[in-house]
Design a protein around this ligand. Structure first.
Ligand code: ASP
Ligand code: MG
Length: 411
């Protein structure tokens, strides 16, 4: 008998019929002989609506009260799911974050999990009860309700699986798994059967939205197998129909590239004709860091005359205007001639643990893009990813060409 954590996202519990459908999946796994702890998200759209209410009351709301409000979406679904399970004759009970005690720090709206006191829940599971846990929420040492950031129910589910020493954490969503690239753009994209933690972490950080990044970090740290699968398919998780996120193996390194992610959510900024002397990069990036703006790709061009150089970097679209303002304010201190900036850029990233052991991976990328006449603006590499920045208008062309060049197209 294994213990499985089954997590249902917003679309999987989007209305009462869908909650009943999810309950049927839980019942099927129990019938298969597994113990189950269920983690639920708010019904789709509910969290957005709750945030809108907070903003309507005050643009500068109190973060603790914000969490008191937005955590309620999950409370509702947990109760409804417990009822739906009871309706099927199962012994089920809901748990809020504070009832479990899922302890977090007090960084409201993006709290980090410190500890889960899972013993009471575990004892009930051993007695044949099915626990339904409200995702996304926790409680501080001093009893205030917190939330874990958008998409945080994924992290609740993985953390609970770790605390309960579950065999696997199944994340039920509206797609059949993790794809080699965005299937809405690349029709030849395929569902992966397996992907390593490290690759999934890169893919999630680089734009694949299927799992919250923190949940992947947590799974990787504790080596918890996670499966991403569809609520709307006939199979259940123990039949392993989805994508398993697991420890990488030698045989997974055979492919150089496992997946291709992209994000159009970045903007490019170039500072032209900066003095080429010690301390300049610090004068550019320290004020941005103080303003809480993270910088992603960075290139500094070699100086032709040893006097001046250019620095180009990218920031999240949401930070773009603020970044320009910070730089303008610092202009005298930094000392540059002008700022050039560009919003319509896309970052395309090849990800694969096989890159470590294969040469020429990046070269094929550059050749493929060149053959399509696509100009590369910035290049960045790490051990298991190679990323380029291109004009957004070429996103589809580039993704499809690369997907095929790396042999990822469905047969
Ligand atoms: N309901 C929360 C959100 O919409 C948490 C989650 O669904 O994972 O972000
Ligand atoms: Mg989600």
């Amino acid at each position: 008998m294994s213990l499985i954590v089954m997590k249902f996202g917003g679309t999987s519990v989007g209305d009462t019929d869908r909650i009943k459908n999810a309950a049927a999946k839980v019942a099927a796994e129990i019938k298969n002989g597994h113990k189950v702890a269920v983690v639920v998200s708010a019904m789709s759209g509910v969290t957005d609506q709750l945030i809108t209410h907070c903003r309507a009351i005050s643009p500068r709301f109190d973060a603790r009260e914000h969490d008191a409000v937005v955590s309620t979406g999950e409370q509702v679904t947990a109760g409804l799911m417990a009822m739906a399970l009871q309706q099927r004759g199962l012994n089920a009970r809901s748990w809020q974050g504070w009832q479990l005690r899922l302890l977090t720090d007090s960084d409201h709206a993006k709290a980090r999990i410190m500890d889960i006191e899972g013993d009471a829940l575990r004892a009930r599971l051993d007695d044949g009860e099915t626990g339904v846990i409200a995702g996304f929420q926790g409680v501080t040492e001093d009893g205030r309700i917190t939330t874990l950031g958008r998409g945080g129910s994924d992290t609740s589910a993985v953390a609970l699986a770790v605390a309960l020493k579950a065999d696997r954490c199944d994340i039920y969503t509206d797609v059949p798994g993790v794809f080699t690239s965005d299937p809405r753009i690349v029709t030849a994209a395929q569902k992966m059967n397996r992907v390593s933690y490290e690759e999934m972490l890169e893919l999630a950080s680089l734009g694949a939205k299927v799992l919250q990044v923190r949940s992947v970090e947590m799974a990787m740290r504790y080596r918890m197998p996670v499966q991403v699968l569809s609520t709307f398919a006939n199979e259940v998780g123990s039949e392993l129909p989805g994508t398993l996120v697991i420890e990488g193996t030698k045989d997974m390194e055979k492919n150089t590239v496992t997946g291709i992610a992209h994000t159009s959510n970045e903007a490019k900024i170039t500072l032209a004709r900066l003095a080429d002397k010690p301390g300049v990069a610090a004068r550019v990036f320290s004020p941005l860091a103080r303003a809480g703006i993270s910088v992603d790709m960075i290139v500094q061009t070699a100086s032709e005359d040893g006097q001046v150089t250019d620095i180009t970097f990218t920031v999240a679209m949401g930070d773009w205007e603020r970044a320009l303002k910070v730089l303008e304010d610092e202009k005298a201190n930094i000392g540059f001639e002008k700022i050039l900036s560009e919003k319509n850029v896309t970052k395309i990233s090849l990800v694969g643990i096989g890159m470590r052991s294969h040469a020429g991976v990046a070269a094929l990328m550059f050749e493929t893009l060149a053959a399509k006449g696509i100009n590369i603006q910035v290049i960045e590499t790490s051990e298991i990813n190679t990323s380029v920045l291109i004009a957004s208008e070429y996103t589809e062309l580039a993704l499809r060409a690369l997907h095929s060049a790396y042999g990822l197209d469905a047969a």
